[in-house]
Design a protein around this ligand. Structure first.
Ligand code: MN
Length: 251
């Protein structure tokens, strides 16, 4: 359970298992008290990430199948399904229609459909979803296959349109905001469009940089500050919003 007094921040999308110095990374997050979702990119990576987060107070592991890796690993889908009952959090999953991955979009869609359907079958899962250059299709699939009563979706690093952000909100989606989004005009516009009660924060470390090194969950205050500045509120007000949103997502 989340205690307001211990709340220091939330990083709802971080690849903790990809940092070089694993033990120090996990320990630093625990010590800092940042609620961190440690996503995985392949089903094969799940057992290790699950074991690394075992007994941790602030870190939870997510069972993922990254859309950029699906084409070469579609055969791992049965492993993903096998692990599903033991995972509350799912991700990183979704679709990527960027130039490098567009050619595998059909396989990605087949896999993502099964992921959404299985999550809906079991119920109670919380997903962190990638939607690069295909927000519309991702939202169509969520609408069709995973109602908010059967599972919750957090859109990670959302770069769709304002209209799509509104539609996603109507579908019950949350949004995890990183500091990179706050640096772009479109991102700032999105942040002001999204209902405040749906905002979370993320680093997407180690794939983002802070001061010339990979961003760490303990840098999450930068995303909190950037978001608060855009909304014209204090970081402490933003912290209260994030705590309330994390609680509502988890209950
Ligand atoms: Mn990611």
């Amino acid at each position: 359970m989340i205690k307001p007094t211990s709340f220091k921040g939330v990083d709802f999308h971080c690849h903790l298992d990809l940092y070089p110095d694993l033990m120090n990374t996990y320990n630093a997050v625990e010590k800092a008290g940042i609620y961190t979702l440690s996503v995985t990119t392949t089903p094969k990576a799940w057992p290790r990430n699950r074991d690394l987060t075992n007994g941790k107070v602030f870190i939870r592991a997510a069972l993922g199948f990254h859309p950029q890796l699906v084409a070469d690993r579609a055969h791992e889908l049965h492993e993903w399904e096998q692990y599903l009952p033991e995972a509350k959090y799912i991700g990183e999953v979704g679709l990527d229609a960027g130039p490098r991955f567009r050619k595998s979009l059909d396989i990605q869609k087949r896999v993502f459909k099964i992921i959404l359907e299985r999550c809906a079958d079991i119920g109670g899962k919380i997903l962190t979803v990638h939607s690069t250059r295909c927000a519309e299709i991702v939202l169509d699939m969520i609408e069709e296959h995973l109602s908010p009563e059967r599972g919750r979706v957090v859109l990670h690093w959302f770069t769709g349109s304002i209209a799509q952000a509104r539609r996603a909100s109507e579908l019950g989606c949350y949004f995890s905001i990183n500091k990179e989004m706050a640096q772009k005009e479109r991102g700032r516009e999105l942040i002001t469009t999204i209902p405040r009660e749906r905002l979370l924060t993320e680093t997407d470390g180690p794939f983002t940089q802070t001061n010339g090194r990979p961003t760490h969950p303990t840098d999450i205050h930068l995303a909190v500050k950037a978001t608060a500045d855009i909304l014209g509120i204090t970081t402490s007000e933003m912290g209260n919003i994030l705590l309330a949103n994390l609680k509502s997502l988890l209950t």
